[in-house]
Design a protein around this ligand. Sequence first.
Ligand SMILES: [Zn+2]
Ligand SMILES: [Zn+2]
Length: 159
Amino acid sequence: MAYTPAYQPLDENGFLDQAAALCKTRGASLTPIRRQVLALLRHQPGGLKAYDLLERIKAVRPSATPPTVYRALDFLIEQGLAHKIGRINHFVACNHDCHDQAGLFLVCPGCGKVTELHDEVVLAALSRSLEAAGHTLSGTEIELSATCRDCGQIEPQAN
Ligand SMILES: [Zn+2]
Ligand SMILES: [Zn+2]
């Protein structure tokens, strides 16, 4: 299964600067706390629970309170820079540069790791099936329960 990103991966600051520039073109601002939250999410490719994120933010920004962190998260989600995975109440940084269509979020039931996939072929087929069934896709996050490679290697206990 090959996924080829449409753009070259950027280093940390390059990514954050690009995110800041994107916000600016929309008349929004990537304030220091928003930037820090995004950077922390980027460091945790599998995503973070709000509580863990809060702990990490406090380590670098002791004055941060839960409401400021939640507001920063709301902002990042609104801007398409982060996603909320409702299934496990996890937040992940977006690893794609555009969101003109929905992403597939593979959520491992074993370890909670989240992988974001943009697969046009799968989405097109899914949309057709949904329409045939009288539904249309709502929202940009499609969550799927899918065991990751690491968890898949653990031998199930024989009983
Ligand atoms: Zn995304
Ligand atoms: Zn796993």
